[in-house]
Write a protein of this length. Structure first.
Length: 194
């Protein structure tokens, strides 16, 4: 699949309760806000459109995405979880006649362009997922019918991934880490301070 035939969707609407009261995505990681790492990675690829899902009333979180020309999708119920956010994203993209969606998480700062290019190259079926240690995870690409199914309220995300002929692209253990707590952030950052 060509990047020009796919939109990127960054999920950035989680409440991050385990992280604490600060906005996790604005917390410094390697000298800059955590979310800017995935922004900088995705803007290096010529995706047809760039979208981000964010909660309401978070102008500081939205600002770096606006600066990078992302279109904003508001998630009115971030507590509803990742599946709900994916559904909102799928619905928004389909409303703009977009047929392919690459999903990344804003709290996975070590995803690189090489991995995203490999996902695009391997995206020959409805679902292409990253996988580490046998676990399927984002980044992921949902194409055509899979994107339509993801947009429906009754679709269970897990069933969609498991029931399709999912292509899996290996992801390194380092890149597979998403940051949920301050301890995880410090531990991951310490690996770069050797």
């Amino acid at each position: 699949m060509r990047a020009e035939d796919c939109a990127i969707l960054v999920l950035a609407s989680g409440s991050s309760k385990r992280f604490g009261p600060e906005d996790k995505l604005l917390t410094p990681f390697l000298g800059r806000p955590l979310c800017t790492h995935i922004i900088d990675t995705t803007v290096q690829i010529n995706f047809m459109h760039r979208y981000v899902i964010v909660p309401e009333n978070c102008p500081d979180r939205v600002a770096p995405f606006i600066q990078a020309n992302f279109q904003i999708i508001i998630n009115p119920k971030p507590e509803a979880g990742r599946g709900y956010a994916l559904r909102l994203g799928a619905q928004a993209l389909l409303a703009h006649s977009i047929k392919n969606m690459c999903v990344v998480l804003a709290d996975m700062p070590l995803i690189n362009t090489s991995h995203l290019h490999t996902l695009l190259e391997r995206a020959t079926g409805p679902v292409t997922m990253s996988a580490y240690n046998g676990i399927k995870m984002p980044p992921a690409i949902f194409a055509n019918e899979a994107l339509i199914q993801l947009s429906k309220p009754q679709t269970a995300r897990k069933n969609l991934v498991e029931n399709q002929q999912t292509v899996c692209v290996p992801l390194s253990g380092l890149a597979a880490q998403d940051i949920d707590t301050k301890t995880e952030l410090r531990t991951l950052e310490d690996q770069f301070k050797l």
